[in-house]
Ligand binder design. Structure first.
Ligand SMILES: Cc1ncc(COP(=O)(O)O)c(C=O)c1O
Length: 301
């Protein structure tokens, strides 16, 4: 792992028990993927810089002092990937949390952060052929007025966890959360889009969602494929009328949804627009399309 400027063995990255609560409550983080290129010669870190910029955004909103430039953080990630000798897909988790042991009740504004970078092997789901079953949760999504979903903070994931447990208990795979205006937001760890009459519709960034990098990638690819895209408020009932539905996220990539609240989505199998998008996304992240070169940090392996 990389911790505050140095590489160290994973077992030695310790923290005092007194710091755990504050560190986890106030911590902000990122999830990034490194894909093995189709030529087998390179690892492609996908939109690393954008993810690290978003870490900076999260720290700013939470008033944490992140004492590293984006270039320094890029360097930290690259060093960690190299030190682990990855030759295949990997997941990268940088996270920042207030330094030291804080014995006050709350973390004060401007608290200086430690930054750590952890990584682990990760199997891509892009070869999957099946969709998942989703259900609208009875838990509402956290809101910009309380615990902003625009921030990627560990504490936000309590909301998604409650919704996930409910979905699993009721025989579904993943939840979809509504906001306080009962409009559609996102899943527990991914954004969402529906397809109706050939148009892809996704909740706007002010609906209560993370400003997802996969969402922005997918919208770019769809426009390039000539598919019309709308970003707007989405009603729950639109989910039931959708021809296709899919999640988008770094970890979930493009994940088709084939049932919603027990109703089949379209014909109940992954649809053609989702299929075209997933194929374009796979070609992109594996470096086969050769497009959007500025989205990649390349490492020779
Ligand atoms: C709540 C939530 N929404 C959306 C996403 C997708 O964001 P990205 O595509 O940047 O990974 C994530 C991913 O971690 C998430 O946790």
């Amino acid at each position: 792992m990389w911790r505050s400027g140095e590489l160290l063995p994973w077992e030695e990255a310790r923290i005092h028990v007194n710091a755990v609560g504050h560190a986890s409550a106030a911590a902000v983080f990122e999830g990034i993927k490194a894909y093995r290129a189709a030529d087998g010669e390179r690892l492609l870190l996908f939109r690393l810089r954008e993810h690290l910029e978003r870490l900076r955004t999260s720290a700013r909103i939470c008033r944490l002092d992140l004492p590293y430039s984006t270039d320094e953080m890029v360097d930290a990630v690259v060093r960690t990937i190299r030190a682990n000798g990855y030759r295949d897909d990997a997941y990268i988790r940088p996270w920042a949390f207030p330094e030291g042991i804080i014995r006050e009740q709350m973390v004060p504004a401007g608290a200086r952060c430690e930054l750590v970078v952890d990584t682990w092997p990760f199997d891509s789901g892009l070869k999957r052929t099946q969709g998942c079953r989703a259900a609208v949760s009875s838990w509402l999504r956290i809101s910009d007025a309380s615990t902003p979903p625009r921030v990627k903070a560990f504490s936000n994931y309590h909301n998604g966890r409650l919704a996930l447990m409910e979905a699993r208990e009721n025989g579904h795979d993943w939840p979809i959360l509504l906001n306080e205006r009962h409009k559609v937001t996102e899943g527990a760890a991914a954004c969402l889009a529906l397809v109706r009459d050939g148009v892809v519709i996704t909740p706007s960034l002010t609906s209560g969602v993370l400003d997802s990098i996969t969402r922005s990638t997918a919208l770019t690819l769809l426009r390039e494929l000539g598919v019309p895209v709308e970003e707007r408020e989405v009603d729950r009932t639109e989910l039931y009328l959708a021809d296709e539905l899919f999640f988008m996220g770094t970890a979930w990539e493009i994940l088709p949804v084939t049932s919603i609240d027990g109703l089949p989505v379209g014909t109940g199998v992954p649809g053609p627009v989702t299929g075209r998008l997933e194929a374009a996304y796979t070609r992109l992240v594996r470096g086969e399309s050769g497009e959007h070169r500025d989205w990649f940090t390349e490492l020779h392996i």
